[in-house]
Write a protein that binds this ligand. Structure first.
Ligand SMILES: Cc1cc2nc3c(=O)[nH]c(=O)nc-3n(C[C@H](O)[C@H](O)[C@H](O)COP(=O)(O)OP(=O)(O)OC[C@H]3O[C@@H](n4cnc5c(N)ncnc54)[C@H](O)[C@@H]3O)c2cc1C
Ligand SMILES: NC(=O)c1ccc[n+]([C@@H]2O[C@H](COP(=O)([O-])OP(=O)(O)OC[C@H]3O[C@@H](n4cnc5c(N)ncnc54)[C@H](O)[C@@H]3O)[C@@H](O)[C@H]2O)c1
Length: 450
Protein backbone atom coordinates (compact mmCIF):
# COMPACT_ATOMS: atom_id res chain seq x y z
CA UNK A 1 0.00 0.00 0.00
CA UNK A 2 2.73 2.48 1.03
CA UNK A 3 2.61 4.97 -1.96
CA UNK A 4 5.51 7.40 -1.72
CA UNK A 5 6.13 6.74 1.93
CA UNK A 6 8.21 4.10 3.71
CA UNK A 7 5.16 2.99 5.70
CA UNK A 8 1.39 3.36 5.65
CA UNK A 9 1.47 3.74 9.41
CA UNK A 10 4.15 4.62 11.91
CA UNK A 11 3.12 4.19 15.54
CA UNK A 12 5.06 5.83 18.34
CA UNK A 13 4.65 3.83 21.55
CA UNK A 14 4.03 0.10 22.03
CA UNK A 15 1.59 0.23 24.93
CA UNK A 16 -2.03 -0.87 25.11
CA UNK A 17 -3.23 1.52 22.40
CA UNK A 18 -0.23 1.40 20.07
CA UNK A 19 0.08 -2.39 20.00
CA UNK A 20 -3.59 -2.96 19.23
CA UNK A 21 -3.69 -0.26 16.56
CA UNK A 22 -0.53 -1.52 14.83
CA UNK A 23 -1.54 -5.16 14.86
CA UNK A 24 -5.03 -4.47 13.50
CA UNK A 25 -3.79 -2.00 10.87
CA UNK A 26 -1.31 -4.63 9.67
CA UNK A 27 -4.08 -7.24 9.58
CA UNK A 28 -6.06 -4.83 7.37
CA UNK A 29 -3.12 -4.90 4.94
CA UNK A 30 -1.19 -1.79 5.94
CA UNK A 31 2.61 -1.65 6.00
CA UNK A 32 3.27 -0.78 9.63
CA UNK A 33 6.29 0.15 11.76
CA UNK A 34 6.37 0.99 15.43
CA UNK A 35 8.93 2.52 17.79
CA UNK A 36 9.19 1.75 21.51
CA UNK A 37 11.82 3.43 23.66
CA UNK A 38 11.39 1.21 26.72
CA UNK A 39 9.71 -2.19 26.48
CA UNK A 40 6.96 -3.51 24.21
CA UNK A 41 3.77 -3.82 26.25
CA UNK A 42 3.84 -0.31 27.74
CA UNK A 43 2.64 0.81 31.12
CA UNK A 44 -0.12 -1.75 31.67
CA UNK A 45 2.01 -4.80 30.99
CA UNK A 46 5.44 -3.66 32.16
CA UNK A 47 4.78 -1.37 35.15
CA UNK A 48 1.03 -1.00 35.62
CA UNK A 49 -2.15 -3.08 35.70
CA UNK A 50 -0.59 -6.52 35.30
CA UNK A 51 2.33 -6.53 37.78
CA UNK A 52 0.18 -4.44 40.15
CA UNK A 53 -2.61 -7.02 40.12
CA UNK A 54 -0.09 -9.79 40.81
CA UNK A 55 1.14 -7.87 43.85
CA UNK A 56 -2.49 -7.44 44.94
CA UNK A 57 -2.94 -11.21 44.77
CA UNK A 58 0.31 -11.73 46.67
CA UNK A 59 -0.75 -9.25 49.33
CA UNK A 60 -4.15 -10.83 49.82
CA UNK A 61 -2.58 -14.05 51.09
CA UNK A 62 -1.70 -12.17 54.27
CA UNK A 63 -5.41 -12.03 55.15
CA UNK A 64 -6.20 -15.46 53.73
CA UNK A 65 -3.52 -17.05 55.91
CA UNK A 66 -5.02 -15.35 58.95
CA UNK A 67 -8.62 -16.15 58.05
CA UNK A 68 -8.04 -19.80 57.17
CA UNK A 69 -7.56 -20.64 60.85
CA UNK A 70 -11.26 -20.12 61.55
CA UNK A 71 -11.91 -22.57 58.74
CA UNK A 72 -9.98 -25.26 60.56
CA UNK A 73 -6.57 -24.84 58.98
CA UNK A 74 -3.56 -24.80 61.19
CA UNK A 75 -0.47 -23.29 59.69
CA UNK A 76 3.01 -22.87 61.01
CA UNK A 77 4.97 -19.66 61.15
CA UNK A 78 4.33 -17.41 58.15
CA UNK A 79 7.22 -15.74 56.40
CA UNK A 80 6.93 -13.46 53.43
CA UNK A 81 9.84 -13.06 51.01
CA UNK A 82 9.33 -9.87 49.00
CA UNK A 83 12.15 -10.54 46.55
CA UNK A 84 10.69 -13.96 45.71
CA UNK A 85 7.36 -12.41 44.74
CA UNK A 86 9.05 -9.45 43.02
CA UNK A 87 11.19 -11.73 40.86
CA UNK A 88 8.26 -14.00 39.98
CA UNK A 89 6.22 -10.98 38.92
CA UNK A 90 9.10 -9.52 36.89
CA UNK A 91 9.63 -12.89 35.20
CA UNK A 92 6.00 -12.92 34.14
CA UNK A 93 6.38 -9.38 32.84
CA UNK A 94 9.28 -10.69 30.69
CA UNK A 95 7.01 -13.44 29.37
CA UNK A 96 4.30 -10.95 28.45
CA UNK A 97 6.81 -8.57 26.90
CA UNK A 98 7.92 -11.39 24.62
CA UNK A 99 4.33 -12.43 23.84
CA UNK A 100 3.45 -8.86 22.77
CA UNK A 101 6.61 -8.61 20.67
CA UNK A 102 5.87 -11.96 19.01
CA UNK A 103 2.31 -10.89 18.20
CA UNK A 104 3.52 -7.74 16.48
CA UNK A 105 6.19 -9.61 14.56
CA UNK A 106 3.82 -12.33 13.47
CA UNK A 107 1.64 -9.58 11.98
CA UNK A 108 4.68 -8.19 10.11
CA UNK A 109 4.84 -5.01 12.16
CA UNK A 110 8.43 -3.74 12.02
CA UNK A 111 9.62 -2.83 15.51
CA UNK A 112 12.26 -0.20 16.25
CA UNK A 113 13.42 -0.63 19.83
CA UNK A 114 14.32 3.02 20.29
CA UNK A 115 12.87 6.47 20.82
CA UNK A 116 11.12 8.18 17.91
CA UNK A 117 10.27 11.83 17.43
CA UNK A 118 8.44 13.73 14.73
CA UNK A 119 10.58 15.97 12.56
CA UNK A 120 8.10 16.90 9.82
CA UNK A 121 4.47 16.31 8.85
CA UNK A 122 5.19 12.78 7.60
CA UNK A 123 8.74 12.37 8.94
CA UNK A 124 9.92 10.44 11.99
CA UNK A 125 13.44 10.40 13.35
CA UNK A 126 14.70 7.46 15.40
CA UNK A 127 17.27 7.70 18.19
CA UNK A 128 19.78 5.91 15.95
CA UNK A 129 19.57 8.84 13.53
CA UNK A 130 17.57 7.00 10.88
CA UNK A 131 14.70 8.99 9.36
CA UNK A 132 11.59 7.35 7.92
CA UNK A 133 8.37 8.58 6.37
CA UNK A 134 4.80 7.43 6.89
CA UNK A 135 1.47 8.26 5.30
CA UNK A 136 -0.21 8.15 8.71
CA UNK A 137 1.31 8.66 12.16
CA UNK A 138 -0.25 7.36 15.38
CA UNK A 139 0.93 8.83 18.66
CA UNK A 140 0.39 6.37 21.50
CA UNK A 141 3.07 7.53 23.91
CA UNK A 142 0.99 7.22 27.09
CA UNK A 143 1.64 9.23 30.25
CA UNK A 144 4.33 9.50 32.92
CA UNK A 145 4.03 10.00 36.68
CA UNK A 146 3.59 13.56 37.86
CA UNK A 147 5.97 14.47 40.69
CA UNK A 148 5.27 17.63 42.74
CA UNK A 149 8.09 20.15 42.65
CA UNK A 150 8.79 20.40 46.39
CA UNK A 151 12.26 20.57 47.90
CA UNK A 152 13.73 17.04 47.92
CA UNK A 153 11.21 15.55 45.49
CA UNK A 154 14.06 13.64 43.82
CA UNK A 155 14.32 11.49 46.97
CA UNK A 156 10.95 9.87 46.30
CA UNK A 157 9.95 7.09 43.92
CA UNK A 158 6.92 6.56 41.68
CA UNK A 159 4.98 3.42 40.81
CA UNK A 160 7.59 2.77 38.09
CA UNK A 161 10.21 1.98 40.73
CA UNK A 162 7.88 0.31 43.23
CA UNK A 163 8.00 -2.95 41.27
CA UNK A 164 11.79 -3.15 41.58
CA UNK A 165 12.43 -2.42 45.26
CA UNK A 166 15.25 -4.40 46.88
CA UNK A 167 13.45 -4.46 50.21
CA UNK A 168 10.10 -3.44 51.60
CA UNK A 169 10.08 -0.18 53.57
CA UNK A 170 9.13 -0.39 57.25
CA UNK A 171 7.31 2.93 56.89
CA UNK A 172 6.09 4.40 53.61
CA UNK A 173 4.42 7.70 52.80
CA UNK A 174 2.32 7.57 49.64
CA UNK A 175 1.35 10.92 48.19
CA UNK A 176 -1.93 11.11 46.30
CA UNK A 177 -5.45 9.97 47.03
CA UNK A 178 -6.26 8.25 43.76
CA UNK A 179 -6.03 4.85 42.18
CA UNK A 180 -2.33 4.17 42.56
CA UNK A 181 -2.11 5.52 46.11
CA UNK A 182 -4.96 3.36 47.39
CA UNK A 183 -3.89 0.24 45.52
CA UNK A 184 -0.27 0.42 46.70
CA UNK A 185 -1.37 1.39 50.22
CA UNK A 186 -3.23 -1.93 50.35
CA UNK A 187 -0.29 -3.84 48.92
CA UNK A 188 2.37 -2.42 51.25
CA UNK A 189 0.08 -2.61 54.27
CA UNK A 190 -0.65 -6.30 53.72
CA UNK A 191 3.08 -6.94 53.39
CA UNK A 192 3.61 -5.37 56.80
CA UNK A 193 4.80 -1.85 55.98
CA UNK A 194 3.29 1.00 57.95
CA UNK A 195 1.50 3.12 55.35
CA UNK A 196 0.52 6.77 55.48
CA UNK A 197 -1.42 8.30 52.59
CA UNK A 198 -1.20 12.07 52.20
CA UNK A 199 -3.33 13.97 49.75
CA UNK A 200 -3.73 17.66 49.12
CA UNK A 201 -7.53 17.58 48.99
CA UNK A 202 -10.08 16.56 51.61
CA UNK A 203 -11.19 13.47 49.69
CA UNK A 204 -9.79 10.49 47.90
CA UNK A 205 -10.92 8.73 44.73
CA UNK A 206 -13.15 11.65 43.85
CA UNK A 207 -14.81 9.96 40.85
CA UNK A 208 -16.27 7.14 43.00
CA UNK A 209 -19.54 7.17 44.93
CA UNK A 210 -19.20 8.93 48.27
CA UNK A 211 -20.56 6.07 50.40
CA UNK A 212 -18.03 3.66 48.92
CA UNK A 213 -15.16 6.07 49.41
CA UNK A 214 -16.16 6.45 53.04
CA UNK A 215 -16.33 2.68 53.44
CA UNK A 216 -12.88 2.22 51.92
CA UNK A 217 -11.45 4.92 54.16
CA UNK A 218 -13.03 3.31 57.22
CA UNK A 219 -11.78 -0.19 56.41
CA UNK A 220 -8.31 1.07 55.41
CA UNK A 221 -8.00 2.84 58.75
CA UNK A 222 -9.11 -0.31 60.59
CA UNK A 223 -6.33 -2.15 58.80
CA UNK A 224 -3.84 0.39 60.11
CA UNK A 225 -3.37 2.77 57.17
CA UNK A 226 -3.04 6.41 58.25
CA UNK A 227 -4.47 9.28 56.21
CA UNK A 228 -3.47 12.90 56.04
CA UNK A 229 -5.87 15.10 54.10
CA UNK A 230 -5.39 18.72 52.95
CA UNK A 231 -1.65 18.12 52.98
CA UNK A 232 0.62 19.86 50.47
CA UNK A 233 4.28 18.87 50.31
CA UNK A 234 6.74 21.36 51.75
CA UNK A 235 9.95 19.37 51.75
CA UNK A 236 11.53 15.94 51.87
CA UNK A 237 14.86 15.76 53.68
CA UNK A 238 17.20 12.92 54.42
CA UNK A 239 17.15 12.43 58.19
CA UNK A 240 19.23 9.30 58.61
CA UNK A 241 21.02 6.68 56.56
CA UNK A 242 17.87 5.30 55.01
CA UNK A 243 15.09 7.54 56.20
CA UNK A 244 13.44 10.82 55.33
CA UNK A 245 11.55 13.55 57.10
CA UNK A 246 8.62 14.87 55.13
CA UNK A 247 7.14 18.24 55.97
CA UNK A 248 3.68 19.16 54.75
CA UNK A 249 1.04 21.81 55.30
CA UNK A 250 -1.55 21.34 58.11
CA UNK A 251 0.23 18.34 59.67
CA UNK A 252 3.27 17.49 61.77
CA UNK A 253 6.35 16.30 59.85
CA UNK A 254 6.59 12.54 59.45
CA UNK A 255 9.63 10.26 59.32
CA UNK A 256 9.49 7.38 56.82
CA UNK A 257 11.81 5.01 54.97
CA UNK A 258 10.27 5.56 51.54
CA UNK A 259 8.23 8.26 49.83
CA UNK A 260 6.17 7.29 46.81
CA UNK A 261 4.42 9.77 44.54
CA UNK A 262 1.07 8.71 43.11
CA UNK A 263 -0.11 12.16 42.20
CA UNK A 264 -1.51 11.64 38.72
CA UNK A 265 -0.05 10.97 35.29
CA UNK A 266 0.90 13.56 32.67
CA UNK A 267 0.42 13.04 28.90
CA UNK A 268 3.77 12.12 27.35
CA UNK A 269 4.19 14.78 24.64
CA UNK A 270 7.34 16.63 25.76
CA UNK A 271 10.11 16.68 23.16
CA UNK A 272 8.05 14.64 20.71
CA UNK A 273 8.34 17.26 17.94
CA UNK A 274 4.59 17.71 17.61
CA UNK A 275 5.12 21.37 16.75
CA UNK A 276 7.05 20.24 13.64
CA UNK A 277 3.83 18.76 12.34
CA UNK A 278 1.53 21.46 13.75
CA UNK A 279 -0.32 19.13 16.15
CA UNK A 280 -2.49 21.00 18.67
CA UNK A 281 -2.03 20.35 22.40
CA UNK A 282 -4.39 21.05 25.30
CA UNK A 283 -3.62 22.76 28.61
CA UNK A 284 -2.04 19.71 30.26
CA UNK A 285 0.06 18.91 27.18
CA UNK A 286 -2.47 16.31 26.02
CA UNK A 287 -3.08 15.78 22.33
CA UNK A 288 -6.44 17.16 21.30
CA UNK A 289 -8.39 14.71 19.15
CA UNK A 290 -11.88 14.33 17.70
CA UNK A 291 -14.13 11.32 18.33
CA UNK A 292 -12.19 9.31 15.76
CA UNK A 293 -8.92 10.06 17.61
CA UNK A 294 -7.81 12.35 14.79
CA UNK A 295 -5.71 15.41 15.67
CA UNK A 296 -6.07 18.76 13.93
CA UNK A 297 -3.64 17.37 11.30
CA UNK A 298 -5.53 15.07 8.94
CA UNK A 299 -3.08 12.16 8.82
CA UNK A 300 -1.96 12.23 12.48
CA UNK A 301 -3.95 10.40 15.14
CA UNK A 302 -3.48 9.82 18.88
CA UNK A 303 -4.92 7.21 21.25
CA UNK A 304 -4.68 6.29 24.92
CA UNK A 305 -3.34 8.21 27.91
CA UNK A 306 -1.56 10.79 25.75
CA UNK A 307 -5.01 12.19 24.85
CA UNK A 308 -6.01 12.33 28.55
CA UNK A 309 -9.56 11.21 27.90
CA UNK A 310 -9.89 8.18 30.19
CA UNK A 311 -6.57 6.76 31.43
CA UNK A 312 -7.51 3.07 31.40
CA UNK A 313 -6.11 0.18 29.39
CA UNK A 314 -9.37 -1.12 27.88
CA UNK A 315 -10.12 2.40 26.68
CA UNK A 316 -6.70 2.78 25.02
CA UNK A 317 -7.21 -0.62 23.36
CA UNK A 318 -10.64 0.35 22.05
CA UNK A 319 -9.31 3.65 20.73
CA UNK A 320 -6.44 1.82 19.00
CA UNK A 321 -8.83 -0.70 17.43
CA UNK A 322 -11.27 2.02 16.29
CA UNK A 323 -8.42 4.05 14.77
CA UNK A 324 -7.12 1.06 12.78
CA UNK A 325 -10.61 0.09 11.58
CA UNK A 326 -11.40 3.69 10.62
CA UNK A 327 -8.21 4.40 8.67
CA UNK A 328 -7.38 0.97 7.26
CA UNK A 329 -10.56 -1.11 7.60
CA UNK A 330 -12.27 0.14 4.45
CA UNK A 331 -15.67 0.58 6.18
CA UNK A 332 -17.42 3.41 7.97
CA UNK A 333 -15.39 5.40 10.52
CA UNK A 334 -15.63 3.95 14.04
CA UNK A 335 -15.84 6.22 17.10
CA UNK A 336 -15.26 4.93 20.62
CA UNK A 337 -18.17 5.38 22.99
CA UNK A 338 -16.67 6.83 26.16
CA UNK A 339 -19.96 6.66 28.07
CA UNK A 340 -20.66 4.32 30.95
CA UNK A 341 -17.12 2.95 31.32
CA UNK A 342 -16.84 0.60 34.31
CA UNK A 343 -13.74 0.93 36.46
CA UNK A 344 -12.28 -0.59 39.62
CA UNK A 345 -9.76 0.18 42.31
CA UNK A 346 -7.81 -2.90 43.36
CA UNK A 347 -7.60 -1.78 46.95
CA UNK A 348 -8.08 -4.04 49.99
CA UNK A 349 -11.04 -4.60 49.68
CA UNK A 350 -11.52 -3.61 46.04
CA UNK A 351 -14.21 -1.27 44.83
CA UNK A 352 -15.82 -0.77 41.44
CA UNK A 353 -18.32 1.51 39.78
CA UNK A 354 -20.18 2.15 36.56
CA UNK A 355 -22.38 5.06 35.53
CA UNK A 356 -23.43 7.98 37.69
CA UNK A 357 -22.71 8.24 41.41
CA UNK A 358 -25.66 9.09 43.65
CA UNK A 359 -24.58 12.74 43.84
CA UNK A 360 -24.14 13.04 40.07
CA UNK A 361 -27.51 11.37 39.44
CA UNK A 362 -29.30 13.72 41.86
CA UNK A 363 -27.73 16.74 40.20
CA UNK A 364 -28.63 15.53 36.72
CA UNK A 365 -32.02 13.88 37.23
CA UNK A 366 -33.44 15.33 40.44
CA UNK A 367 -35.69 12.37 41.11
CA UNK A 368 -33.62 9.24 41.76
CA UNK A 369 -34.21 6.02 43.66
CA UNK A 370 -31.29 4.52 45.53
CA UNK A 371 -31.11 0.89 46.69
CA UNK A 372 -28.35 -0.38 48.92
CA UNK A 373 -27.18 -3.58 50.49
CA UNK A 374 -24.77 -3.26 53.40
CA UNK A 375 -23.67 -6.77 54.36
CA UNK A 376 -20.86 -8.90 55.65
CA UNK A 377 -19.69 -11.49 53.11
CA UNK A 378 -20.28 -15.04 54.41
CA UNK A 379 -16.57 -15.76 54.27
CA UNK A 380 -15.80 -12.70 56.40
CA UNK A 381 -18.39 -13.77 58.99
CA UNK A 382 -16.80 -17.15 59.59
CA UNK A 383 -13.34 -15.62 59.40
CA UNK A 384 -14.31 -13.17 62.14
CA UNK A 385 -13.30 -10.32 59.85
CA UNK A 386 -15.36 -7.26 60.66
CA UNK A 387 -15.44 -5.85 57.16
CA UNK A 388 -18.72 -4.98 55.52
CA UNK A 389 -19.42 -4.85 51.80
CA UNK A 390 -21.62 -2.13 50.35
CA UNK A 391 -23.56 -2.30 47.07
CA UNK A 392 -25.52 0.62 45.72
CA UNK A 393 -27.82 0.90 42.72
CA UNK A 394 -28.87 4.37 41.55
CA UNK A 395 -31.98 4.50 39.36
CA UNK A 396 -33.99 7.10 37.50
CA UNK A 397 -36.91 7.87 39.87
CA UNK A 398 -39.34 8.11 36.95
CA UNK A 399 -38.79 4.85 35.07
CA UNK A 400 -36.41 2.75 37.17
CA UNK A 401 -33.62 2.81 34.56
CA UNK A 402 -30.32 2.05 36.24
CA UNK A 403 -28.03 5.08 36.16
CA UNK A 404 -25.17 3.63 38.17
CA UNK A 405 -23.99 0.64 40.22
CA UNK A 406 -21.30 0.94 42.87
CA UNK A 407 -19.72 -1.81 44.95
CA UNK A 408 -17.05 -2.30 47.55
CA UNK A 409 -16.29 -5.77 48.84
CA UNK A 410 -14.55 -9.00 47.91
CA UNK A 411 -14.43 -9.58 44.13
CA UNK A 412 -16.33 -6.35 43.41
CA UNK A 413 -14.46 -5.76 40.10
CA UNK A 414 -15.29 -9.29 38.89
CA UNK A 415 -18.98 -8.83 39.67
CA UNK A 416 -19.03 -5.30 38.25
CA UNK A 417 -17.81 -6.39 34.84
CA UNK A 418 -21.05 -8.30 34.30
CA UNK A 419 -23.33 -5.79 36.03
CA UNK A 420 -21.90 -3.11 33.72
CA UNK A 421 -23.37 -4.92 30.70
CA UNK A 422 -26.83 -4.41 32.15
CA UNK A 423 -26.22 -0.74 32.87
CA UNK A 424 -24.78 -0.14 29.41
CA UNK A 425 -27.78 -1.93 27.89
CA UNK A 426 -30.13 0.46 29.71
CA UNK A 427 -31.82 -2.15 31.91
CA UNK A 428 -34.02 -1.26 34.87
CA UNK A 429 -34.21 -2.24 38.51
CA UNK A 430 -37.25 -4.36 37.53
CA UNK A 431 -35.02 -6.38 35.16
CA UNK A 432 -32.69 -7.16 38.05
CA UNK A 433 -35.65 -8.04 40.30
CA UNK A 434 -36.95 -10.43 37.62
CA UNK A 435 -33.65 -12.33 37.65
CA UNK A 436 -33.37 -15.29 40.01
CA UNK A 437 -30.51 -15.15 42.49
CA UNK A 438 -27.62 -17.59 42.60
CA UNK A 439 -27.39 -18.57 46.23
CA UNK A 440 -25.23 -18.27 48.23
CA UNK A 441 -23.17 -15.59 46.51
CA UNK A 442 -22.31 -11.97 47.15
CA UNK A 443 -23.49 -11.00 43.66
CA UNK A 444 -27.04 -12.13 44.46
CA UNK A 445 -27.36 -8.96 46.54
CA UNK A 446 -27.72 -7.12 43.22
CA UNK A 447 -30.98 -8.89 42.35
CA UNK A 448 -32.31 -8.70 45.91
CA UNK A 449 -31.87 -4.96 46.51
CA UNK A 450 -34.65 -3.24 48.47
C1 LIG B 1 0.69 1.54 38.47
C2 LIG B 1 -0.41 1.58 37.44
C3 LIG B 1 -1.46 0.70 37.54
C4 LIG B 1 -2.47 0.72 36.60
N1 LIG B 1 -3.50 -0.15 36.74
C5 LIG B 1 -4.50 -0.16 35.83
C6 LIG B 1 -5.56 -1.11 35.93
O1 LIG B 1 -5.61 -1.92 36.85
N2 LIG B 1 -6.52 -1.09 34.97
C7 LIG B 1 -6.50 -0.19 33.92
O2 LIG B 1 -7.39 -0.24 33.06
N3 LIG B 1 -5.51 0.73 33.81
C8 LIG B 1 -4.52 0.76 34.73
N4 LIG B 1 -3.49 1.66 34.60
C9 LIG B 1 -3.51 2.61 33.47
C10 LIG B 1 -3.02 1.95 32.17
O3 LIG B 1 -1.77 1.34 32.40
C11 LIG B 1 -2.92 2.97 31.06
O4 LIG B 1 -4.17 3.63 30.91
C12 LIG B 1 -2.55 2.33 29.72
O5 LIG B 1 -1.35 1.61 29.80
C13 LIG B 1 -2.44 3.40 28.63
O6 LIG B 1 -2.01 2.82 27.43
P1 LIG B 1 -1.32 3.72 26.31
O7 LIG B 1 -1.18 2.86 25.10
O8 LIG B 1 -2.02 5.00 26.16
O9 LIG B 1 0.12 4.09 26.90
P2 LIG B 1 1.27 3.20 27.54
O10 LIG B 1 0.82 1.83 27.87
O11 LIG B 1 1.85 4.04 28.61
O12 LIG B 1 2.33 3.07 26.34
C14 LIG B 1 3.06 4.14 25.85
C15 LIG B 1 4.40 3.61 25.37
O13 LIG B 1 5.03 4.61 24.58
C16 LIG B 1 6.42 4.56 24.80
N5 LIG B 1 6.96 5.85 24.35
C17 LIG B 1 6.69 7.07 24.85
N6 LIG B 1 7.32 8.01 24.12
C18 LIG B 1 8.00 7.38 23.12
C19 LIG B 1 8.82 7.81 22.05
N7 LIG B 1 9.04 9.10 21.81
N8 LIG B 1 9.37 6.87 21.23
C20 LIG B 1 9.14 5.54 21.45
N9 LIG B 1 8.35 5.08 22.45
C21 LIG B 1 7.79 5.99 23.27
C22 LIG B 1 6.53 4.29 26.29
O14 LIG B 1 7.79 3.75 26.63
C23 LIG B 1 5.37 3.31 26.51
O15 LIG B 1 5.81 1.98 26.40
C24 LIG B 1 -2.44 1.66 35.52
C25 LIG B 1 -1.37 2.55 35.42
C26 LIG B 1 -0.36 2.51 36.36
C27 LIG B 1 0.79 3.47 36.24
N1 LIG C 1 -7.36 0.21 38.75
C1 LIG C 1 -7.16 1.04 37.73
O1 LIG C 1 -7.88 1.02 36.75
C2 LIG C 1 -6.00 2.00 37.76
C3 LIG C 1 -4.96 1.81 38.65
C4 LIG C 1 -3.91 2.71 38.65
C5 LIG C 1 -3.92 3.79 37.78
N2 LIG C 1 -4.96 3.95 36.93
C6 LIG C 1 -5.02 5.10 35.99
O2 LIG C 1 -3.85 5.87 36.11
C7 LIG C 1 -4.19 7.21 36.45
C8 LIG C 1 -3.13 7.79 37.34
O3 LIG C 1 -3.24 7.24 38.66
P1 LIG C 1 -2.91 8.13 39.93
O4 LIG C 1 -3.35 7.39 41.12
O5 LIG C 1 -1.51 8.62 39.82
O6 LIG C 1 -3.79 9.42 39.69
P2 LIG C 1 -5.25 9.84 40.20
O7 LIG C 1 -5.68 10.91 39.27
O8 LIG C 1 -6.14 8.66 40.39
O9 LIG C 1 -4.99 10.44 41.64
C9 LIG C 1 -4.07 11.47 41.86
C10 LIG C 1 -4.27 11.97 43.27
O10 LIG C 1 -3.14 12.72 43.67
C11 LIG C 1 -3.58 13.85 44.39
N3 LIG C 1 -2.51 14.85 44.29
C12 LIG C 1 -2.13 15.52 43.18
N4 LIG C 1 -1.07 16.32 43.45
C13 LIG C 1 -0.76 16.14 44.77
C14 LIG C 1 0.22 16.66 45.65
N5 LIG C 1 1.10 17.58 45.22
N6 LIG C 1 0.27 16.24 46.92
C15 LIG C 1 -0.62 15.32 47.36
N7 LIG C 1 -1.60 14.79 46.59
C16 LIG C 1 -1.66 15.19 45.31
C17 LIG C 1 -4.88 14.22 43.71
O11 LIG C 1 -5.68 15.01 44.56
C18 LIG C 1 -5.48 12.84 43.47
O12 LIG C 1 -6.17 12.40 44.61
C19 LIG C 1 -5.57 7.12 37.10
O13 LIG C 1 -6.29 8.31 36.94
C20 LIG C 1 -6.21 5.97 36.37
O14 LIG C 1 -6.86 6.45 35.21
C21 LIG C 1 -6.01 3.06 36.91
Amino acid sequence: MADDYDYDLFTIGAGSGGVRASRVAAAHGAKVALAEEHRVGGTCVIRGCVPKKMLVYGAHFAEDLEDCQNFGWEIGEKTFHWTKLRDAVLADVDRLNKAYTDTLESHDVEIFHERAVIVGPHDIKLASGKTVTAKHILIATGAYPHVPTCKGHELGITSNEAFHLDALPKRILIAGGGYIANEFAGIFNEFGSHVTIMTRSDQMLRSYDESLRERLLHISMLKGIDFRFNAEFQSIEKSGKDCFTVSMSNHEPIEVDLVMFATGRVPNTKGLGLDKAGVELGEKGEIVVDRFSKTNVDHIYAVGDVTDRVQLTPVAIREGQAFADTVFGGGDPVAVDHGCIPAAVFSHPPMAGVGLTETEARQKFGSVSVYTSDFRAMKNVLAGRDERALYKMVCDGENGKILGIHMIGPDAPEIMQVAAVAVKAGLTKADFDATTAIHPTMAEELVLLR
